[in-house]
Each structure stands twice: as C-alpha cells, then as structure tokens.
Design a protein around this ligand. Structure first.
Ligand code: DC
Length: 222
C-alpha cells in the first residue's frame, strides 16, 4: 500500500455509553486492525487539566496539554507518561471535563494530527464522535451507533460498578443527557452521523450482534 489513504479505516461514532468502545475494540481484534479510542485522548487531556487545576477558560494552556500529551497505548492499557491511568480516565468527573474541553477548537486541532497517526497498515478501527465527519472523512466504512438514554445509563452504571467506582442512576442519567447536549450542540465537530454512515441502534442488541453487523457491512465494502 503506497499511500495512507489506501489503508482501510472503519469509523464507529456515537454518544456516550452507546457501546461503541466495546464494538470497535472487538471489530479491530477480529480484523487484526489497530484501534483508536479517540475519547481517551480527550479524557487524558482532561485528567492532566484537572491535576494541574487548569481552568476551562485557559484554552491556550489546555491546547498545549493536548499537543504534548505523553500518551501511550499498549496492549489495552492507557499510560500518561509512565502512569497507568486506564481505569482513572473512566471516572465521571474526567468524562465530564473531557466533554467540556472537547468543545474548544484549539484542543481539537491539537489532537488532530495525533489521531491521523493511528492510521497504519493493515487497517484501523476508530471510535469517537467525529471520526467519520472530520478525522477520517474518506473512511471505507462509517457506523453511527446509538442506544436509548435508559439503555446507555444502565450500561454506564454496570461499567462503573464493575470498575470499582460508585454510581447513582439518577446522577448518571442527568450527566449523560448533559453530555449528549454538549457533544451534539457544540459549534465544532458536533456529534452527528457522517454522510453515508450506517446507523445501528443497539438498545436491544448484544455486543456480539452489533460486532457481527459491523463485520458484515465491512465485508460488503472491502
Ligand atoms: O467516548 P468518550 O465518552 O470516552 O469521550 C469522552 C468525551 O470526549 C466526550 O464526551 C466527547 C469527547 N470526544 C469528542 O469530542 N470527540 C471524539 N472523537 C471523542 C470524544
């Protein structure tokens, strides 16, 4: 393959807790492709900002943090410098901050090149909000994964409890709605289905069924 554009990309975008992480990760495994969890980059930037007390108003400092993010992805683990923060970045506080800084154009710009760099042979599965609309608009396959707010809150509740965090269903529902609103209504790279994206509502589907569907769509276009 001579050019980056020839390396296949599958984009899986969707709202918080829609199951896109699980689906994207497994699809990448099955195809032997690389995997980009773009939300983790926003979460890592958020974690760095929280630790340094960098306020949301200091867009320049936040963009600098994103630009020089010492992020490493190794065997499913996420490192910030040498610290394993795989679980820590899943905390609601970090997710909420990530959603807020993700609305800042300079932060998105700072993470742009980093994300393109994940496109390596034999292929990439990328999950996020703007994979198909902004980062990889010429991807071979685009999927927009959704699920009802109730189904997503249930999943997030289970994820948090399984990871040893405490969780409250009412708070989760309102956090989820606030984050959906922010991600969908922001001026830059809002969460919208990309042109030509296949839509998949996973409210009543198992992860395996969703994975199978994505693999079928990919088999039809590759
Ligand atoms: O997918 P996630 O919940 O880990 O993402 C955390 C936040 O990061 C999410 O609320 C919005 C933001 N995000 C984004 O704006 N663009 C992406 N491609 C991925 C995540």
């Amino acid at each position: 393959m001579s050019t980056t554009h020839a390396i296949p990309v599958i984009c899986i975008d969707g709202p918080t807790a829609s199951g896109k992480g699980t689906v994207a990760h497994k699809v990448a495994d099955k195809l032997g492709f690389h995997y980009l969890d773009s939300g983790a980059l926003y979460r890592l930037t958020a974690l760095s900002a929280i630790r340094r007390d960098t306020p949301l108003t200091d867009e320049h400092a936040l963009a600098k943090l994103a630009e020089h993010l010492p992020a490493h992805f190794a065997g499913g683990e996420i490192l910030l410098a040498n610290e394993n923060v795989t679980q820590l970045i899943r905390a609601e506080e970090v997710g909420n901050m990530a959603s807020k800084i993700a609305a800042l154009p300079t932060v998105r710009q700072a993470l742009f090149a980093l994300q393109l760099g994940f496109r390596k042979p034999p292929g990439l599965v990328a999950d996020g909000r703007d994979m198909g609309t902004v980062i990889f608009p010429h991807a071979q396959l685009k999927v927009f994964l959704t699920a009802s707010v109730a189904a997503r809150a249930q999943r997030r509740y289970k994820q948090l409890i399984d990871k040893g965090f405490s969780a409250n269903m009412e708070d989760l529902l309102s956090d989820l709605q606030a984050r959906d609103d922010r991600d969908t209504n922001r001026a830059i790279a809002p969460l919208v289905p990309a042109e030509g994206a296949h839509r998949l509502d996973t409210s009543n589907m198992t992860a395996d069924e969703a994975i199978e569907q994505v693999l079928k769509w990919y088999a039809a276009v590759k």
